[in-house]
Ligand binder design. Structure first.
Ligand code: G3I
Length: 305
């Protein structure tokens, strides 16, 4: 394949990007996105604050703009994200207890219901575990509604869109030795053993020098896949430049391709200048839309099937 999506498709995988609605009037941006990527995630437009700015008043125009563009161009859509401690609308931030639990369930029904039939996979719950060595759940208003909030979210998502794959998505879960990785693994194992409807685990994969691509990434992905879920790289970006950056992108691609149930890779933006951390130049295209060295390494690895 001569594009990322075509090369990935040769092994039955997808190659995706995050898209920001505010950039869709930039034709260089949409030209690259349309040519290279076949899975689209809305960078912010399907989050809780964007889709339910006032309680029970849903707003889908920006999310629809991205989903419609993707579907009209023959692409699939990853939904991001139904329940998260961050980017909650103001009205939700100080809620608690059963009113918050019910508001979360109503949100999931409203958003997953609106997009029903259009989403390949939803990030149902995002970033629910603590960093560091505790392996604990993150202390958030959602967590304080009860430890079962995550499975409640998955049941609500399944009811709203029975055909979407339902994912748990997090960061710093790449290294198999990390407590956070083990904690998420134990939750997924528990969910599978009790029949909680979870289909996939998303690995955000935001890397930098302090948090490099681990040597055991393949082992991590395989161990999760062995629980009976798909795994996906969902928000890949790697700070740096040149050969070092390119080799790390190749390593992530290689790790995914070594795991049958790693169904695809999504990078978190198109050009470096589109990134949430643009100064890290963490993406596959430079600010002028040129392919970087890392692009070539990823493409070659995808073609080494
Ligand atoms: O749209 C408003 C604009 O109207 C306002 O003037 C401006 C002033 O701050 O803010 C704009 O919103 C910003 C939004 O991005 C759109 O650019 C928010 O402040 C800013 O917080 C938001 O950042 C997003 C971040 O999530 C929020 O948590 C990033 O774009 C987005 O890339 C990032 O994505 C997350 C994933 O969802 C989850 N995993 C980590 C990843 C990186 O942080």
């Amino acid at each position: 394949g001569s594009t990322l999506q075509d090369a990935a498709a040769e092994s039955g995988r997808y190659f995706g990007t995050a898209i920001a609605a505010s950039r869709m009037s930039d034709s260089q941006y949409t030209t690259i996105a349309n040519r290279e990527f076949d899975m689209i995630t809305a960078e912010n437009e399907m989050k809780m604050d964007a889709t339910e700015p006032s309680q029970n008043q849903f707003s889908f125009s920006s999310g629809d703009q991205i989903a419609d563009w993707a579907l009209q161009n023959g692409k699939r859509v990853r939904g991001h994200a139904l329940a998260w401690h961050s980017q909650q609308p103001g009205w939700m931030q100080n809620m608690e207890g059963s009113s918050l639990r019910n508001a979360m369930l109503n949100h999931i029904a409203g958003v997953a219901g609106h997009y029903q039939g259009k989403i390949y996979a939803w990030d149902v719950v995002n970033e629910a575990f603590e960093d560091g060595s505790s392996g604990a759940r993150r202390n958030s208003n959602l967590q304080r509604t009860g430890n079962d909030w995550i499975e409640a979210a998955f049941y609500a998502a399944r009811e709203a869109d029975p055909d979407a794959k339902l994912c748990y998505n997090d960061y710093n879960t790449d290294n198999w030795q990390h407590a956070k990785t083990q904690a998420v693994y134990n939750m997924v194992r528990d969910f599978k053993s009790r029949g909680v409807p979870i289909d996939c685990v998303g690995f955000q994969a935001h890397f930098n020098s302090g948090n490099p691509v681990p040597n055991n990434y393949h082992e991590t992905l395989q161990n999760f896949a062995d629980l009976g879920v798909d795994v996906q790289i969902t928000e890949l970006d790697i700070a740096g430049s040149g050969t070092s950056q390119a080799e790390q992108f190749r390593g992530v691609t290689q790790a995914c391709m070594a795991v049958t149930r790693c169904t695809g890779i999504t990078v978190w933006g198109v050009r470096d200048t589109d990134s949430w951390r643009a100064s890290d130049t963490p993406l596959l295209f430079d600010g002028y839309g040129n392919k970087k060295l890392a692009y070539g390494y990823v493409l070659d690895q995808l073609n080494t099937a």
